[in-house]
Ligand binder design. Structure first.
Ligand code: FES
Ligand SMILES: [Fe+2]
Length: 398
């Protein structure tokens, strides 16, 4: 295998990545260190952990974190790794507890991570020095993010510039109506590359293509967006365009972006029949027939319709396996059965994600072939091109 700098030097701008980026174990180790563990990743919404003692476990590659609300109401995150001999401490995916007892030898940790009890240890054993190690956690207008480094990128710009668009949807007061996890037998980059482009949508997603105009060429899309902009004020919707994504991120900051695009006529939201699936969000007074794209760093993407939000998180399990987590968010006071039906709410992105899983899996098979060589991106794949350049830039960072 050629050295990494040679691979990066040989990368042809506008072409997909060399095979080694999908298959070489050393590159995967570098990716974990320089990209995956160094960036903020969406870990859910604060409404999942309303009470003291509520917790959830988030697994990303070889790391596992416990996010827990303390007795003081604060959210904290800890490495799910016992300070005795390293066992996972919490084996449940979520729940409510007063303490975490390690299943191996029974060391007991409080909700603040402090070691409370360790049976039969010598008299001079320093319990205070053996608490669970903290993991970086921050909340962006209700969305929880974690990062497995003590010096994560700054979220200041993101919090500031996305405050107004997020306020429109009242993000802090949303709730998770459904949460599903899709295992994908493919390298994590193939999953995110797929999410970056809609060149495949017309062929792979007939249901999506029926309602979303991202499948159109750029001129037609711009015309539909101009019409959407005229409809927005009467629906209580403001127009924002924020673009600090990937290579356009400010130095030291997590990248982020926001834009709203039009759905086809007769579609109020992303549902099977185009009709509402939940109560209008936040400041919306009517359906403008639009859908907003948010991006938060390199792993987390949101699609915000007028009445619900769909959040996607793509993360590696190992080099050849990934997870796509999807959260469907609705207004916090919406009641299941009365205001929304989970099957109707999740219909579009459940079938679309299953279709994506299939095409990504086929892609993963093909890029491992001796016949694979990097191929040229289409015009509609420009975001993927930028994303690829960002990856290479981050891989070279010491
Ligand atoms: S490894 Fe946790 S108590 Fe021993
Ligand atoms: Fe897709």
């Amino acid at each position: 295998m050629p050295a990494l700098d040679e691979l990066i030097r040989n990368h042809r701008p506008g072409y997909s990545l060399d095979q080694a980026f999908y298959t070489d174990p050393e590159i995967y180790e570098l990716e974990l260190k320089r990209i995956v563990y160094r960036n903020w990743i969406l870990a859910g919404h604060i409404s999942e952990l309303p009470q003291p003692g509520d917790f959830k476990v988030v697994n990303i590659a070889r790391e596992s974190a416990i996010i827990v609300r303390g007795q003081d109401g604060e959210l904290r995150a800890f490495a799910n790794v016992c300070r005795h001999r390293g066992s996972l401490v919490c084996l449940e995916a979520h729940g409510n507890t007063r303490k975490f007892s390690c299943p191996y030898h029974g060391w007991v940790y409080g909700l603040d991570g402090e070691l409370q009890a360790a049976r039969d240890m010598p008299a001079d054993f320093d319990k205070a020095a053996h608490g669970l190690k903290p993991v970086s956690l921050d909340v962006i207008h209700g969305l929880m993010f974690i990062c497995f480094t003590a010096e994560p990128p700054s979220l200041d710009g993101c919090k500031r510039d996305l405050a107004a668009p997020m306020a429109m949807f009242d993000f802090p007061n949303l709730k998770v109506a459904a949460h599903r996890s899709y295992p994908i037998p493919a390298n994590w980059k193939l999953c995110i590359e797929n999410y970056q482009e809609c060149y495949h949508c017309a062929t792979a997603h007939p249901e999506y293509a029926r309602m979303h105009t991202l499948t159109l060429d750029l001129d037609k899309r711009a015309r539909m967006r101009a019409e959407l902009r005229k409809r927005m004020p009467a629906c209580g919707v403001d127009d924002y365009d924020v673009h600090f994504i990937d290579t356009a991120a400010r130095p030291g900051e997590m990248g982020y972006g926001y834009s709203r695009s039009s759905l086809f006529r007769d579609y109020k939201t992303g549902s099977e029949d185009g009709e509402p699936v939940a109560p209008l969000l936040g400041k919306f007074t009517a359906y403008d027939g639009g859908a907003s794209d948010f991006s938060f760093g390199a792993f987390s993407f949101l699609l915000a319709y007028s009445d619900h939000v769909v959040a996607y998180v793509f993360t590696p399990v190992d080099q050849h396996n990934s997870t796509c987590e999807i959260y469907w968010l609705v207004r916090g006071d919406a009641e299941e059965g009365r205001d929304y039906d989970v099957d109707r709410l999740t219909w579009l992105w459940h079938i679309t994600t299953l279709a994506d899983k299939e095409i990504i899996t086929n892609n993963a098979r093909g890029v491992q072939s001796t016949y694979y060589e990097p191929g040229p991106f289409a015009r509609m794949e420009q975001p993927e091109r930028v994303y690829t350049e960002w990856l290479l830039q981050e891989l070279q960072r010491p």
